[in-house]
Design a protein around this ligand. Structure first.
Ligand SMILES: NC(=O)c1ccc[n+]([C@@H]2O[C@H](COP(=O)([O-])OP(=O)(O)OC[C@H]3O[C@@H](n4cnc5c(N)ncnc54)[C@H](O)[C@@H]3O)[C@@H](O)[C@H]2O)c1
Length: 364
C-alpha cells in the first residue's frame, strides 16, 4: 500500500512525441509501483507509435481535460512543447493530481515559471522537471566523488554545453546547482550575444551565453552555452558534448553527457583517473527515466524524500538563466531573487529586439 492507500499510483501522460516515448517507458518500467492508465496526444498516430512494442494498454485521448476528468490519475506527466506548460499545470491543479512531471525548459518567462512553482506548492502537488542527466552513471560517479570528499572542499564549478540556453543550458545550470548541494545563488553576472537562435520561439537562446554565479556557501559557478563553448568531442557531438567540472581544495573531477568522467585527487597519486560508462544513447533511452520515476515514487511515499529535480530547484535554475541575460543586457550585477517582471519586460523579447545581429557561424 502506498501513502494514499492504493497498491500503485495511477499515471496519465500528455504528449507522445520524442521525449514522450521515453517518459512512457519510465512509467512502464516501474509497473510494480505505478500503472499507466491513460495517454493523450493531439495526434492519434503518435499515441499508437509510442505504444508499439510496449505491454501497457492505456486509454487513449486527444483532449487532456477530458482524460483527467474521466481517469483522475494520481500522477500527471506532460511532455509537450514549452509554450504549453501553464495551461497543463492549471489542469493538474483543477484535477487534484498528487504528482506532476514535465519537461525543460520549465517556462518561457520568469513570471510563468514563478506562477507554476507557486501553483504546485500551494496545491501540495509534488512536481519535478526532467533534468534527468543526474542519473547518468558519469554524474552519479561525480556525486560519489563529491560525497566522499575526494577533492576536498568544493570551491568552483564549471558547466559547458554547445547547445543553447533554453536547450541544454537549462539542464547544465540545474546540474551546477545540484553539484553544489542546491546552495542558494546570491548574485549573477552575465554576457550574451547573437540573436539568431532567439528566433526559435520554443527554445529561445542567445547564440552564446556566459554567466558567473555566486552562492551562499561561498562556491562560484561558471556556465557557458552556445556556439563558442568549450568542445571536448570535436564536431561529432553538438548535443552531447557537455561537461560539468567541480574544482575542490585538493583536486578536481568532471562528468560528461556521453558517459565519460575524470578525477584528479590525492588518491589518484598525481595521475588523472579516467572512466567511461554506458553510451549516451542507451542511458538516455532506457535507463534514466525509470530512475527519475523511482525518485518520484519515493517522494510521493515519503514527504522527507524530495525529488532531486523538484520544481523549487528547477525554479532556482530558471531564475539564474534569466538573471544571466538580464545582467548582460543591463551591464550590472544582478542580486537574487529576481523581482517579478513588469509587462513588456520579457527578457527573451528584449534580447530579440536589442541584441545586434551576429555574423559568427553557429551549429545549433
Ligand atoms: N529532458 C530532455 O533531455 C529533453 C530532450 C529533448 C526534448 N526535451 C523537451 O521535451 C519537450 C517535448 O519535446 P519532444 O521532442 O518530445 O517534442 P515533440 O514535438 O516530439 O512531441 C510533443 C508532442 O506533444 C503533443 N502535444 C502538443 N500539444 C498538445 C496538447 N495540448 N495536448 C496533447 N498533446 C499535445 C504533440 O502532438 C506531440 O506529439 C520539449 O519541451 C523539449 O524541450 C527534453
Amino acid at each position: 500500500m502506498n501513502k494514499i492507500g492504493k497498491s500503485k499510483y495511477t499515471v496519465a501522460q500528455i504528449g507522445c512525441g520524442g521525449r514522450g516515448r521515453i517518459h512512457l517507458d519510465g512509467w512502464i518500467k516501474n509497473s510494480d509501483r505505478c500503472e499507466l492508465v491513460a495517454i493523450c496526444d493531439l495526434e492519434q498516430t503518435r499515441m499508437e507509435e509510442a505504444l508499439k512494442g510496449q505491454k501497457a494498454a492505456p486509454s487513449r485521448y486527444t483532449d487532456a481535460d477530458k482524460m483527467l476528468k474521466e481517469m483522475h490519475p494520481d500522477i500527471l506527466c506532460f511532455s509537450t512543447p514549452p509554450k504549453i506548460r501553464m495551461e497543463l499545470v492549471k489542469l493538474a491543479v483543477k484535477h487534484k493530481v498528487k504528482g506532476l512531471v514535465f519537461e525543460k525548459p520549465m517556462a518561457l518567462s520568469l513570471n510563468a515559471a514563478s506562477k507554476m512553482t507557486r501553483m504546485c506548492n500551494d496545491n501540495h502537488i509534488k512536481a519535478a522537471v526532467s533534468f534527468q542527466h543526474k542519473y547518468l552513471t558519469s554524474f552519479q560517479k561525480l556525486k560519489e566523488i563529491l560525497d566522499k570528499g575526494e577533492i576536498g572542499k568544493v570551491l568552483r564549478i564549471e558547466a559547458s554545453c554547445q547547445a543553447g540556453l533554453s536547450l541544454l543550458g537549462s539542464h547544465y545550470i540545474d546540474y551546477a546547482l545540484w553539484a553544489n548541494g542546491n546552495s542558494k545563488a546570491q548574485w549573477v553576472v552575465g554576457h550574451v550575444h547573437g540573436r539568431e537562435l532567439l528566433k526559435d520561439q520554443q527554445h529561445p537562446s542567445p547564440n552564446y551565453v556566459m554567466g558567473r554565479i555566486g552562492f551562499e556557501n561561498g562556491v562560484f559557478a561558471i556556465i557557458e552555452c552556445g556556439q563558442l563553448s568549450a568542445m571536448y568531442m570535436g564536431k561529432r557531438g553538438l548535443c552531447i558534448d557537455n561537461r560539468l567540472t567541480v574544482y575542490g581544495a585538493l583536486g578536481y573531477a568532471w562528468c560528461d553527457t556521453d558517459g565519460g568522467w575524470g578525477l584528479f585527487a590525492p588518491r589518484t597519486g598525481g595521475e588523472l583517473l579516467l572512466g567511461k560508462g554506458e553510451s549516451w544513447i542507451i542511458q538516455q533511452s532506457q535507463l534514466l527515466q525509470p530512475l527519475f520515476v523511482r525518485d518520484l515514487i519515493a517522494w510521493l511515499d515519503d514527504d522527507s524524500k524530495p525529488h532531486p529535480c523538484n520544481i523549487n530547484n528547477s525554479y532556482a535554475g530558471y531564475e539564474i538563466m534569466e538573471a544571466i541575460c538580464l545582467s548582460a543586457m543591463d551591464r550590472i550585477r544582478i542580486d537574487l531573487p529576481l523581482k517579478p517582471q513588469k509587462s513588456g519586460q520579457d527578457i527573451f523579447n528584449r534580447m530579440r529586439m536589442e541584441l545586434p545581429e551576429c555574423h559568427e557561424r553557429f551549429g545549433i
